[in-house]
Design a binder for this molecule. Sequence first.
Ligand SMILES: *Cc1c(COP(=O)(O)O)cnc(C)c1O
Length: 360
Amino acid sequence: MTRVYNFSPGPAALPSSVLETAAAELLDWHGSGMSVMEMSHRGPEFMGIAQRAEALFRELLAVPAHYKVLFMQGGAIGENAIVPMNLLRGRSSIDFVDTGEWTKKSMQEAQKYARVNVVASSAATGYDRVPTRSSWRLDPDAAYVHVCSNETIGGVESFDTPDVGAVPLVADMSSNLLSRPIDVAKYGLIYGGAQKNIGPAGLTLVVVREDLIGQAMPLTPSAFDFGIVAAHDSMYNTPPTWAIYIAGLVFEWIQQRGGLVAMEAYNRRKAAVLYDCLDASRFYRSPVQPENRSLMNVPFHLKDPALDAAFLAGAQQRGLVQLKGHRVVGGMRASIYNAMPIEGVQALVDWMQDFERQHG
Ligand SMILES: *Cc1c(COP(=O)(O)O)cnc(C)c1O
């Protein structure tokens, strides 16, 4: 069996050791005689798995006690509707910082429920950066301020948590949650799908400050009402049990590797290998301003797009897969989430340099 280096933006690579554990436990989890997939979500075995996953997640991110951690379904795109339904709390508008494709998607959905106010945008410069905080024109009466901490398609990451005063800060962290430490207390709500950096598709993580819960719009589906989900410990409806189990194994893997501080150091080393290669070359180019270059998703362009197909084919032959950029931006994109080893990034850079020697 050969495992490739998988640069997919999501669903993305998982740590091999996690998959090995899951394989070993597939038919009989810890002597239960059952697969986790076959367990009642209300039985003692799965309740233990879910409680341990939540405890580990809280420990890794140092989630304060007055925040709820919810295991939901519907993905980040689902949350684009679920968050307004829960967090408008009688207010009429939401402030958005427009940094690219994912904030645009969030805005499109939010405008079904509220007035969308774009307080800053980097559209004019091709979404190559996060607009500086001093340029944001915030509305003190907005229900919340929405940001996307890492634009997965554009490869634009925000490295500091903006101070937005008393208005709650909401962040779509689908593609960088658990890649480095964050100060949860500065946010009203954080959400993200699991399939980028955490586990299988089907699980959505929500971290929400308790005082923001309980005022959902009356038409909110019960399964998406944070108050109801929280009151039932994320088991109002059947949760995505298998995805929660795998996520728990990933949380353990992160903890064994030294937690988020160690994860960040490793991710910075990995990303530097790739960005150094891009900066040292006149054949490849990064479209993102240096201060906002994502540690997770690294888009890059070849000097001549006519060479893209040959680059991808050669990469594939070397076991470097899923490097094609998103159709909206073109070029290449290497997604290098927590589970991508530095050896994978080095193998990619070796191929990039080979290819440049052949075609540069
Ligand atoms: C992948 C992604 C989404 C979409 O998530 P779904 O799970 O498909 O709903 C939304 N936002 C960001 C930042 C993403 O990376």
